[in-house]
Design a binder for this molecule. Structure first.
Ligand code: KG4
Length: 336
């Protein structure tokens, strides 16, 4: 069974081919046009997808060593994401499926992130056993998800304001770092003292997250210190980054630990753009090692938006014969 996956929910155009759960190709065209605006410009993203989608899909099929006639189905991200961007991938998938007379499968982008641990690059690659907890942390989401089966997931906690990635990006922006700031904070944090600055941690009941208080306290720290020394940020950027990153990780781990104790799961996975963060990866791995839990830390390639995760999520829906009718439109917002 050969599934073509198409991802176009934000600013990466990606196509991947999976045969019986094994990854054959994964092509990603990232969009540089947004950097100068300090964030993704939806209309520019849609236009870039429009330009990229045909060559990206074509390359993915060729790199897999196949032709379109070999495909069994096309899986595409139907949401959540930017509507114009999603429309490009959705329309392309529909047109191609009509031409090839094969079914389409709609994939929830967040399911894709959660199921990215099932992408096997070689026979024998280890995959999680159910149930497991997935800490899904990206630019738009921070959720703790109980994954009971491929197509059966429950959100146990979510952010009530900013996502973890937004906390990284917004704080990085006020430090004058380029967008997206997460990877820059990660790099700077490696050379800084994580205990130098103290930022606010939230007190939210249950398993929900909040990052807006941290953001405000970070802003106030900068503002107060810049008054005394205009070069404060430049002189202290490594310590600021390290302290910010340590606080975000502490907030994430506090609720993840609570969720582990409440559910009694034996396996913990992480996913989403922020799971590329070196500190997050190390701390989750160490936490699991200490508690005797199995940890699934995705290869960095599968942390950000990619079509391999869409193809694998589509593969499991294919096994359930869960296909998508042609009248289904993309959606901007939805949860797992
Ligand atoms: O999953 P993703 O590619 O898409 C969105 O949900 O937008 O996540 C992007 C987010 C951004 O906020 C980016 O700053 C963050 O992931 N990110 C990181 C790192 N790499 C990407 N944050 C911290 N450290 C990193 N190394």
């Amino acid at each position: 069974m050969v599934i073509l996956g198409i991802e176009s929910s934000c600013d990466d155009t990606s196509a991947a081919v999976i045969r019986d759960g094994l990854l054959l190709s994964n092509v990603i065209a990232s969009q540089d046009v947004h950097a100068e605006y300090g964030g993704v410009v939806p209309e520019l993203a849609s236009r870039a997808h429009q330009q990229n989608i045909l060559p990206v899909v074509d390359t993915a099929i060729k790199r897999a060593g196949l032709t379109p006639a070999d495909l069994s189905a096309i899986a595409f991200t139907r949401g959540p994401g930017l509507l114009g961007s999603l429309l490009v991938g959705t329309s392309f998938a529909k047109g191609m499926s009509l031409g090839l007379r094969i079914p389409i499968i709609d994939v929830n982008h967040l399911h894709g992130h959660v199921l990215s641990h099932f992408i096997r690059r070689e026979e024998g690659d280890e995959i999680p056993t159910f149930p497991y907890l997935c800490l899904l942390v990206s630019g738009g989401n921070s959720q703790i998800i109980l994954v009971r089966n491929y197509n059966d997931m429950k959100i146990l906690g979510r952010t009530i304001d900013d996502a973890a990635g937004e906390a990284f990006d917004k704080c990085a922006k006020v430090m004058g770092l380029p967008y997206p700031g997460g990877p820059h904070i990660d790099r700077l944090a490696a050379e800084g003292d994580p205990k130098r600055f103290k930022f606010a941690k939230p007190h939210i009941p249950g398993l929900d997250y909040s990052f807006s208080g941290l953001k405000t306290s970070f802003l106030y720290t900068l503002r107060d210190n810049i008054k005394a020394d205009p070069d404060f940020v430049e002189k202290n950027k490594a310590d600021l980054a390290a302290s910010l990153q340590a606080t975000i990780i502490a907030i994430l781990m506090d609720k993840l630990d609570k969720a582990v104790r409440e559910t009694g799961v034996a396996t913990v996975a992480i996913g989403g753009g922020v799971s590329a963060n070196s500190g997050v990866r190390d701390v989750v791995a160490e936490y699991c090692r200490r508690r005797g839990l199995k940890a699934f830390i995705p290869p960095r390639l599968f942390t950000t938006d990619n079509a391999a995760m869409v193809a694998i999520a589509g593969y499991f829906k294919y096994l359930d014969k869960d296909f998508c009718p042609y009248d289904k439109a993309p959606y901007a917002r939805v949860e797992v």
